[in-house]
Design a protein around this ligand. Structure first.
Ligand SMILES: [Zn+2]
Length: 281
């Protein structure tokens, strides 16, 4: 189990699964440069040069609230356009319990964006319908992100229909702007480009700071080569501009926790010329 502390805030990683894919599956052009950066091994790149991609939730404890950031892929979801996520039967909920969390304990659910691998456990299939997995939670949706995906189908499958709409129908959703403060220690920052309303989650407590990236960075090779856009990015020019701007600000020693980073998952950014190295901690 990986847990980090930022001031009074604790963050725990709960794994759904880890995939080892060719870089071309997500980051075209990365294969040609990945060998230049030895620090990517062994946490983020396999011996064979494949991209390690972790799918996990992050459980954040702040001011008495338990917050889950990104709810992975979920079980039993029909994803004909994304076969690695299709009709999964993972033991994620047992992993969550083993980490000390029952579904009833979760107070807040927030997704960095509404893609297939970030909203899945919002709901569970019970007696023929999708019901909220976290019965006592307030589910937060960023207004621009929600507006986009309520009219734009996801090619992966009926993601909005099985993982977002049931939450809206249950009256458990709160629609928020990016300046919303989840607690005095936990906020959001717009990191658009991967999707229109994509946010990273900021953590500030006791003069320490950190953040959860979301998919504005899929893999640490993008720190070294910020121009590497993901084939899953909605607007690659925007995502590239966002990465440059964010990395510049984030290389001040704050703890960066990756939403898809495997291995040690968290680290700090160290500026090197016009690029950055990720020092896992
Ligand atoms: Zn993702």
């Amino acid at each position: 189990m990986s847990t980090w502390q930022i001031g009074d805030v604790s963050i725990t990683k709960v794994l759904e699964m880890e995939k080892h894919w060719p870089f071309s599956a997500l980051l075209p052009g990365a294969e040609e440069v990945v060998d230049e950066f030895e620090w990517l091994k062994p946490d983020f790149v396999t011996e064979e040069g494949r991209m390690k991609l972790s799918i996990h939730a992050l459980l954040v404890e702040s001011e008495g609230l338990t917050i889950i950031v990104d709810t992975c892929c979920g079980n039993n979801k029909q994803r004909p356009g994304a076969t690695p996520f299709d009709n999964l039967q993972t033991d994620f909920m047992s992993e969550l319990e083993n980490s000390g969390y029952r579904s009833e304990d979760v107070d807040v659910v927030i997704s960095t964006h509404l893609h297939v691998d970030h909203v899945g456990w919002n709901t569970t299939f019970v007696d023929g319908s999708w019901v909220p997995t976290f019965p006592n939670a307030e589910y937060l949706f960023v207004k621009d992100e929600l507006a986009h995906w309520s009219s734009e189908p996801q090619h992966y499958g009926p993601v909005f229909e099985d993982s977002v709409q049931p939450i809206l129908d249950a009256g458990m959703a709160t629609i928020i702007d990016v300046d919303y403060e989840i607690t005095g220690e936990i906020g959001l920052e717009l990191t658009a480009g991967h999707t229109p309303g994509h946010v990273s989650v900021t953590i500030n407590s006791q003069n320490e700071s950190g953040l959860i990236t979301g998919d504005m960075t899929h893999h640490p090779v993008q720190f070294a080569k910020p121009d590497l856009a993901s084939s899953a990015d909605w607007n690659q020019d925007m995502s590239t501009a966002t990465r440059h701007e964010a990395y510049e600000r984030w290389s001040d020693g704050r703890l960066i926790i990756g939403t898809h980073f495997a291995g040690r998952t968290a680290g700090v950014l160290v500026a090197e010329g016009n690029s950055w190295r990720f020092e896992a901690v």
